[in-house]
Design a protein around this ligand. Sequence first.
Ligand code: PMP
Length: 297
Amino acid sequence: METEILYLNGEFMSLAEGLIGVEDRGFQLGDGVYEVIKVMNGRLVWAEDHLERLSRSLVEVRLSEALQDHPLPSVLPELVRRSGVEQGMVYIQVTRGSAPREFVFPHPPCPTVLAYARSRPAPTVETILGGIVLHAVRDQRWARCDIKSTNLLAAVLAKEEAREAGAHEALFMAPDGMVREGGSSNVFAVVDGTLRTHPLDHRILGGITRRRVIEMARDRGYRVEERGFTLDEVLSPAGAGPELFVAATLIDVMPVVRVDGRVVGKGRPGPVTLALLDALRREQALLVGVRPPPALT
Ligand code: PMP
């Protein structure tokens, strides 16, 4: 049985009981950061990596003390246990807290720390094998996309525009035509057996899934280049491929079969994409102690 449990500022309560101040800076100023961790078989997947990234985000927004009284490595498994979530996610948010509305930091600091778990089905085999469609949009986000900030307005507008265009995910494009990342995912291309993805810098979020995909690809002998690319570069060559996929915590690796009007490769998931997804799913299954799902390749 699943119950909606919230961890808020050191206490567990029902989600409905959780109260955040009207002047919480996360609400008024978007002055906060967040994380999303996958839950499988009631266990957190790659929690250390996510908590490390959360710490980094907190340092970058000068909120590094916020977690001092919140031992998330033990709080989160307890939260998942109390919530009864088997398959889904944990959402964590840390803001600079509630204080009379001013742009400058409140003194003393009074951060809000919260987390809750939610059930959510993993993508079905039909969805994976059908692939998804991307809709390209101009990247209008701020210049620190490496911080997992709750300022998500540009992503909200981009993803809604994608949905209205009949696509599943937005594709953030730089003004010079370089592919940056998805609305809430990193993007990889496969051209002649080589993986290409945007380098880690302030223009993209350093995805945890991105990092794992790169490691697994290298372990399996694929070449990986962390180098920007345009759609023309990766979709035009006639050689093996091309393939395109997005990677993120709640969707793992998801094949892309079309970008707006342009069909990717043969219009169905490519073999490298599916091999990497199989490897990712095997690793996760091993980690949480379940039998790996049947291979897709
Ligand atoms: N880029 C952006 C902009 C995102 O919002 C996300 C999802 N959090 C990702 C990439 C993928 O990151 P991760 O693999 O850590 O979920």
